[in-house]
Design a protein around this ligand. Sequence first.
Ligand code: GLN
Length: 288
Amino acid sequence: MKKKMISMMLCAAMTAAMLAGCGGNNAADTSAPAAEDGAGEETPEAEAPEAEAPAEENTEAEDASAAPADGTLVMATNAYFEPYEYYEGDQVVGIDVEMAQAVADKLGMELKVEDMEFDSIIPAINSGKANIGVAGMTVTEDRLKNVDFTNPYTTATQVIIVQEGSEITGEADLTGKTVGVQLGTTGDIYVSDMDGVTVEQYNKGMDAVQALTTGKIDAVVIDNEPAKQFVSKAEGLKILEEEFVTEEYAIAIAKGNEELLGKINTALDELTADGTLQAIIDKYITAE
Ligand code: GLN
């Protein structure tokens, strides 16, 4: 537990360092945001929420920010990303779902989970179909052009999965190889940006992992916690020690919906301060 806290803090520090040294912005830049609130800062000032804020008040707001009038908080996600969101029977469960439920409780709203392809989440938020995107979604500059993000709720890394006995020992060895990714994810963006690497995009991370198991591809680049789950369910695979990018996950919200953003940030601050968020994470991720 203590070890995990420390490594999480290290991750945060690394993210900050990475951001500070992050010069070259290119189209596929996926570094965390250099938003006004200060890059890598954990707790930017959330706007104080209005005391009373029933969802109906949003009818004046632009379409994309309109919460359903009945006080339902619709969460768009892609439920093939254990331990953050996955099916247990016909129920979507996981860290993101429990966190969103705790946030909805604080807002006095009812949570509704909508499962969809990962790359449909931001369009769903922008069309008003969903109020929030909670999907282990990494804060990136590109995404910030289309949505706002709450304060980050956790850090994560991208890792490389290979077959046991693979000659690939790190990022440098991916040159000339075929690498599987989940479509539209940061792993996809990083690998697509690498010279001399052939990218194979899959709708689900597990599909990429299956392709690796059968030798169709040479490696998979994906987020660390789902990677552990996928590898534990497959035969003969391992995760390389080298973590090549540190990221931050946050909740995506329609641009301009300051009121909801402020309320969710306040809820997240409270859930962090009283230990609820860490307890939810600990329930799904056991410290090594
Ligand atoms: N963290 C990655 C991203 O935001 C992957 C998220 C996911 O597949 N659910 O792109």
